[in-house]
Design a protein around this ligand. Sequence first.
Ligand code: SF4
Ligand code: SF4
Length: 438
Amino acid sequence: MKCLVSGFENATKLCGKQRTKQGGPLRFSQFCMRIPCEEGTLLYNTLTGKLLLLDPAESMDGCTTELAEDWFLVPEQYDETGRLMQLRSLLAMLNQRKHITNYTILTTTDCNARCFYCYQLGVKRFPMTESAAHEIADYIARSCGGEKVSICWFGGEPLYNPRAIEIISADLKNSGLSFQSRMVSNGFLLDEETAQKAVRDWNLRTVQITLDGTQEIYNRTKAYIDHPENAYARVLSNIEGALKAGINVSIRLNVDRNNAADILCLVDELAERFGGNAKIQVYAALLKDYHTPIHDFATQEEEKAIVVALLDKLSAAGLCRPGKLAERLPFNACMADDDGSVVILPDGQIAKCEHIDTAGTVGSIRGGQLDDNSVKDWKRTVMLPECRTCPLLPQCINLARCPSVREHCSEAERALKTRQLEAKIMSAYRNREKETNG
Ligand code: SF4
Ligand code: SF4
């Protein structure tokens, strides 16, 4: 048995080695994933982060003591979920954040596109004023405690109000703060000149751009309001410009039943144009209905089959790299339950979640403390029926107030997350193999 990854320092410090009663019945941990590989079987524990390789000559029975010590085997009646919840609370207590270092800033709630599925449909459209932008830069300088800051430019469409980005970035530079930024944009206004300015003046490292299909479907879905030209062609050329300027581009493919077949064709087009470019990453996301009904798949099997086909195609095209395994056991889900993160609205109100239509606010950049009760309320978690037996649970946290969380986790969602984690495990195994073979 070979140890390929020693696991999460934060979890192993608290868990230590397991001591089981001699001869008591043991079972495989719910959090143990078993994946066949060229040299045998990989065992990955999602709670401890440990990755082992068992060669075919080794029987599980011969390794019982080691597997039990490392929590791959647990006593028959052991309450693993209960232990996980205890660990999470403990880790959250031990890692309390003193300063805010992650800021999601809505430069405007307005947008030049009209996607039918947008969760902000119905939100009042208004831009950030120049004076609010200066106040926000002041607030960042006051609240970050001198630490390095990460900014996400968000909207609406953040590039619909580039002046706000310019002011905040210039003020932060003038105050000597170290920061870097990323952006969630439809990409339409990210022309070559803007991309170069974004790298130089806004410290932009990554942009996330959503594509909904090939030309006809994309143009129909985005329905840009004041641009009659071929938006699809323009956005693809902007992606090229962004890559040339040195920006990492993460393309999100929004999928529902209506565009599923076309998205597979889009992957071919993206592969031809961008395949092999290390700065591009493409991932799939299942559309969710917020205000407008989306086109649901007829059955869970159909949805899962599309997700699997899409992931296979992306990976064969070299458009999705698996990324690294987590380095610590997570104890928060996202910015909403992280004391180090806030969402700033164009008027300086502060929220915890980017879904400003339903999330409500928790304070203002002009007030003192954030509202403690609202902040705490965002930390409530929820366990879906499928989570109770899911091996991914230690690395998957659902917040009770998250607008994206549904009553059930569909087979397709589980398949999507499982495949992503399996790809990371295989990549860790292959990297280790390369290191060993020189
Ligand atoms: S939400 Fe889905 S993937 Fe996450 S732990 Fe629950 S069942 Fe598993
Ligand atoms: S939508 Fe859910 S995951 Fe996203 S920020 Fe809000 S609470 Fe977090």
